[in-house]
Ligand binder design. Structure first.
Ligand SMILES: Cc1cc2nc3c(=O)[nH]c(=O)nc-3n(C[C@H](O)[C@H](O)[C@H](O)COP(=O)(O)OP(=O)(O)OC[C@H]3O[C@@H](n4cnc5c(N)ncnc54)[C@H](O)[C@@H]3O)c2cc1C
Length: 455
């Protein structure tokens, strides 16, 4: 009997899950042992995290079980901290102080560990900014906002506490791309809807500041939809400042590059993403931090990479005469399809089917700004208001990779439409555990310079 070959997937997000599904379909159990390594036992449906921060969705309902979705895979819960492409092994850390790292060999390896929130070396940001990339962070931001207003409401009526009240009632959010805009627009609207929860403070007095170095909001959706979103946010009282960034954070003061100092205890950070730091430890070529792959998402004869962590050539776009082929944007839309396509290509390496180049023409993006305010650009058609909202929600229901999650999300949306919105803080996460570096485990990898280059 021929030994089964071991196929290992690193990362159980969009790319990893869809690759696993394809491999389960194509590879007979007698041919391959399937393993997936993931720090969590679920995929996070991140496009709906803004609904979690705005208390519309239960956090669990955007978590799609890997064990149920990939029954033929062995799930190893842990982080891959290094890959030896010559020895064909990975090292897995299980995050418990008494657990030794586990070394596992592979015959085929798919790297799909996604991305982490991009921070800049701005003084004070690492110690204070909150990302919204994981369920832990999204739920923390929701609770933190409720906690700040609870504390502001509890302060004595004494001018000595006015400064603290102002800090607690000011929210600064960095990044006006689709994630940052959705989070600010939805969360601000939610807090206004639950205003009667507080007896002394007026939620209308909460200052919301959305800043971005870019000259427009939602640049991904074009100027008209960006302008619509900007007007909708301004009408709700959100102060949107463009061409501005954070210069430093000192205690409870956020200094902006336009020389304003904003007293605040809340800094929500959505200034883009960078590929998972694991990619930088491999000693293989990178493009802006993403692992370079060919059009079939191959890195070496037995390693593939996809999703936010990989620079997959975007063959649906024309190559400029004076530059390289563009790479696919880091979206779930691409990650999911790259997962399916790479599953096929890995199966082809076993002689099952043909390997193909990855080609997908972008279907467009949606942004839900809360209530009936939304923007969407499906297949280049610009939509606003109710039609955009229907497209946005319809798309997410379709894209959620599990029927049970779809039903749970749909039920939450229906209940949210008819019941008074909820504003309770469960406070299940300690503040230090919700910092970007901890929640996203950005510091667990050996530094690139510590690792010898692979020849
Ligand atoms: C708030 C928010 C809203 C978004 N909205 C949209 C949207 O509307 N439309 C859209 O197309 N995209 C959207 N995106 C982007 C989209 O979520 C990503 O592009 C997509 O998740 C990338 O898929 P991936 O499989 O590459 O990575 P992920 O889905 O992030 O999966 C990576 C997986 O790898 C795991 N992992 C990390 N490190 C390791 C390690 N060392 N070892 C093993 N496993 C590891 C992670 O835990 C995770 O499970 C949004 C993202 C966010 C944060």
């Amino acid at each position: 009997m021929v030994d089964r070959q071991r196929v290992v997937i690193v990362g159980g997000g969009f790319a990893g899950l869809y690759a696993g599904k394809k491999l389960e379909k194509l590879l007979p159990a007698s041919t391959a042992e399937l393993v997936i390594v993931s720090p969590t036992d679920h995929l996070t449906y991140s496009p709906l995290l803004p609904d979690v921060t705005a208390s519309v969705l239960e956090p669990r309902h955007v978590a799609v079980s890997l064990r149920q979705s990939l029954p033929r895979h062995r799930l190893v819960v842990g982080h891959v901290t290094s890959v030896d492409v010559e020895a064909k092994t990975i090292t897995i850390s299980r995050g418990e102080s008494d657990a030794d790292p586990q070394v596992m060999s592979y015959d085929r390896l798919l790297l799909a560990p996604g991305s982490v929130t991009r921070r800049f070396p701005i003084p004070g940001v690492a110690e204070s900014a909150r990302g919204v990339k994981t369920i832990t962070e999204a739920a923390f931001v929701r609770d933190h906002l409720v906690n700040q207003l609870d504390a502001a409401d509890s302060l004595p009526d004494d001018p000595r506490f006015d400064a603290e009240r102002a800090e607690r009632m000011t929210v600064v959010a960095v990044g006006a791309g689709y994630t940052g805009t959705e989070i600010v627009a939805q969360t601000q609207r939610w807090l206004k809807r639950v205003a009667d929860r507080w007896s002394k403070i007026d939620v209308d007095d909460v200052k919301w500041l959305l800043i971005d170095v870019a000259p427009a909001v939602l640049p991904e959706l074009g100027p008209r939809l960006g302008q619509y979103a900007l007007s909708a946010m301004k009408a709700r009282g959100i102060d949107v400042r463009l061409g501005v960034s954070v210069a430093s954070v000192e205690g409870n003061v956020i200094n902006l590059t336009d020389d304003t100092a904003v007293p605040s205890r809340t800094l929500i950070w959505n200034a883009g993403i960078v590929a998972n730091p694991l990619m930088g430890t491999l000693g293989l070529p990178l493009e802006r931090g993403r692992l370079v792959v060919d059009a079939q998402m191959k890195v070496t004869d037995d390693v593939w990479a996809v999703g936010d962590a990989a620079a997959v050539p975007d063959l649906a776009k024309e190559k400029p005469a004076d530059g390289p082929q563009p790479v696919t944007p880091p979206t779930a839309q691409h990650a999911q399809r790259q997962g399916t396509a790479v599953g096929q290509n890995i199966a082809a390496s076993f002689g099952i089917g043909q390997a193909k180049d990855y080609v997908h023409k972008d279907l467009g993006l949606v942004a839900d700004l809360g209530g009936l305010t939304a923007v969407a650009k499906p297949l280049g058609v610009e939509l606003t208001g109710l039609p955009a909202k229907i497209v946005a929600r319809g798309y997410h229901l379709f894209a959620l990779p599990s029927m049970a999650n779809r039903v749970r999300v749909l039920t939450d949306w229906a209940l949210h439409a008819v019941l008074p919105p909820q504003a309770v803080a469960l406070n299940q996460t300690r503040s230090e555990d919700a910092l970007i570096s901890t929640a996203q485990n950005t510091e667990i990898y050996p530094k690139a310079e510590d690792k010898p280059k692979v020849g």
